[in-house]
Design a protein around this ligand. Structure first.
Ligand code: S3P
Length: 435
C-alpha cells in the first residue's frame, strides 16, 4: 500500500470499541447467567476469534450489527469441550483469559492453539499460576499449543513476575472457580478492565493499590456492556495530528481509563496540544472526546512505572519522538519483545529504514529527534497490526511517503483504519479558488 504525505490531518472521528474490553465482555458474558448485550463492540480479527472460541465452547452469540452483539451465557460451569483445538488466531488476550476460565471447568480437557505469531509468545506465565491453583496445564516448550485439564481449583496468593494484565486477568478468572480467595499482587498497576467488569457482574472483588483479591462466585450476571472507543486505536491519529503541522483531530467517545491513557500524558509532556471534552462514563470506564492539535514537540523520558499504561502505544510514540526536538528514552519496556512481534527490534528496524535516529536497548529504545520530518521509504509491518499503523502515520508525516508492506495486519485490531485515515487526510491537491 502506498501512503502519501499529507498537508494536514483534520476532522472528527470515532474508533472501534476497546479491544481489551470487547474480549472481556464476550468471555465474561459467556460465563454469566442470561443474556449480555454488548454495544460499541470492537469488531476486529482478534475479537472475532473470541466470538468463535465461545461458540466452539457451546455459547450462542447473536450478531445484530457490526458493533452490537448478544452473548447467551452458559453459566460459570456450562462450557463443553469441542472435539478439536480452539483456535485463538493472533489474540494473546483471548488465549490467556480463556485459559483461566477453562482451568475451572472441572473434569474437561481443552486444547488452545493460535497463528504463527501467537505460537511464538510465552505461555509459561499463565501455566505456572494455573498449575499452582490445581489445574492441569501443558505447554509446548512454554508456548502453544496449550493443553488444559479443568479441575477443582483452590485460591492462591500470586505475585506477578511481569506486569501483565493478561496474566492478572487469567488468575482472577480462575479464582472465580476456586475454593477460597485468590489474590494477585502487581509490581506495577496494569489495566483493570477485568476487575471492573467482574465487579459489575456481581463478583466479590477487593481492590488495593498493589493487589486485587477475588472470592469464588456462584452466579455472574452482566446484562449489558457498552464499550468505549479504543485509546490504542485512537493513538495513531492523535500522534499524526500532533506531528503533521496544521492538523487538528478529535476522536470521540474514547476510553480514558487512567491505567490505559499514558499515551496522552506522554504526548502532553512532549508539548502536544491536547484538550478533553465531554468527560463521562461509558460502560463503567472513564471516557471523553480527545482533541489534538499540531505543535512543536520535545523528547521525553518514559520510565518503567508508566509502561503498562501505554505498552501498546510505544511503537506509535516512537514516531512522535522522531519528530521531536531532543532525545526520547524508553526504559522498562522489555515486554515489547513478547508482543505480536519483537516490537523493540521491529520498531527500530522500520524507523531506521525511513530516516529515524533510533537504537534498541535491552528494555526499550533511545530516539534522537531531528526534528525534521522522516524521509520515508519502505516500512514492513512484520505482520503486526501496531507496526502497520506506525507505517501509515509515519507515511503521512514523511517527506516522500511510505510503501507499506503487510498493511492488512491492521485488521487484527482495526479493520477500518485506512478508511478513517483517508477521511482525515486533507487532500494534497489544492484547487485554485473558484472565481
Ligand atoms: C492486554 C494486556 C497487555 C496488552 C495487550 C492487551 C489486555 O498485554 O499489551 O494488547 O487486554 O489485558 P500484557 O498483559 O501481556 O502486558
Amino acid at each position: 500500500m502506498r501512503i502519501e504525505p499529507v498537508p494536514a490531518l483534520e476532522g472528527h472521528i470515532a474508533v472501534p470499541g476497546d479491544k481489551s474490553v470487547s474480549h472481556r465482555a464476550v468471555l465474561i458474558g459467556a460465563i454469566c447467567e442470561g443474556e449480555t448485550r454488548i454495544t460499541g463492540f470492537g469488531r476486529s480479527a482478534d475479537t472475532e476469534s473470541t466470538i468463535a472460541a465461545v461458540r466452539a465452547l457451546g455459547a450462542t452469540v447473536d450478531e445484530h450489527d457490526v458493533d452490537t452483539i448478544t452473548v447467551h451465557g452458559l453459566g460459570l460451569r456450562g462450557m463443553r469441550a469441542p472435539d478439536g483445538p480452539i483456535d485463538c488466531g493472533n489474540a494473546g488476550t483471548l488465549v490467556r483469559l480463556l485459559a483461566g476460565i477453562l482451568a475451572g471447568q472441572d473434569g474437561q480437557e481443552f486444547e488452545l492453539e493460535g497463528d504463527g505469531s501467537l505460537s511464538a509468545r510465552p505461555m509459561g506465565r499463565i501455566a505456572i499460576p494455573l498449575t499452582r491453583m490445581g489445574a492441569g496445564v501443558e505447554t509446548t516448550d512454554g508456548r502453544l499449543p496449550l493443553g488444559i485439564q479443568g479441575r477443582a481449583l483452590h485460591g492462591i496468593d500470586y505475585e506477578l513476575p511481569v506486569a501483565s494484565a493478561q496474566v492478572k486477568s487469567c488468575v482472577l478468572l480462575a479464582g472465580l472457580f476456586a475454593e477460597g480467595a485468590t489474590t494477585v499482587v502487581e509490581p506495577i498497576p496494569t489495566r483493570d478492565h477485568t476487575e471492573r467488569m467482574l465487579e459489575h457482574a456481581g463478583a466479590r472483588v477487593t481492590r488495593r493499590p498493589t493487589s486485587v483479591t477475588i472470592e469464588p462466585a456462584d452466579v455472574l450476571r452482566l446484562a449489558s456492556v457498552e464499550v468505549p472507543g479504543d485509546i490504542s486505536s485512537a493513538a495513531p491519529f492523535l500522534v499524526g495530528a500532533a506531528i503533521v503541522p496544521g492538523s487538528a483531530v478529535t476522536v470521540h467517545g474514547v476510553g480514558l481509563n487512567p491505567r490505559r491513557a499514558g499515551v496522552l500524558d506522554v504526548l502532553e509532556r512532549m508539548g502536544a496540544r491536547i484538550a478533553i471534552y465531554n468527560r463521562r462514563a461509558i460502560g463503567g470506564e472513564p471516557a471523553g472526546d480527545v482533541e489534538v492539535r499540531a505543535s512543536e514537540l520535545v523528547g521525553a523520558t518514559i520510565a518503567a512505572e508508566e509502561v503498562p499504561s501505554l505498552i501498546d502505544e510505544l511503537p506509535i510514540l516512537a514516531v512522535a519522538a522522531c519528530h521531536a526536538r531532543g532525545e526520547t528514552v524508553v526504559r522498562g519496556a522489555g515486554e515489547l519483545r513478547a508482543k505480536e512481534s519483537d516490537r523493540i527490534e521491529a520498531v527500530v528496524e522500520e524507523l531506521r529504514r525511513i530516516g529515524g535516529h533510533i537504537r534498541a536497548t535491552r528494555d526499550g529504545f533511545r530516539i534522537k529527534g531531528v526534528p525534521a520530518r522522516l524521509r520515508g521509504g519502505v516500512v514492513d509491518s512484520h505482520g503486526d497490526h501496531r507496526l502497520a499503523m506506525l507505517g501509515a502515520i509515519a507515511g503521512v508525516a514523511s517527506i516522500e511517503g511510505v510503501e507499506l508492506r503487510g498493511a492488512e495486519a491492521a485488521a487484527v485490531s482495526f479493520p477500518g483504519f485506512f478508511d478513517v485515515l483517508e477521511q482525515i487526510a486533507r487532500s494534497a491537491v489544492h484547487y485554485p479558488p473558484a472565481t
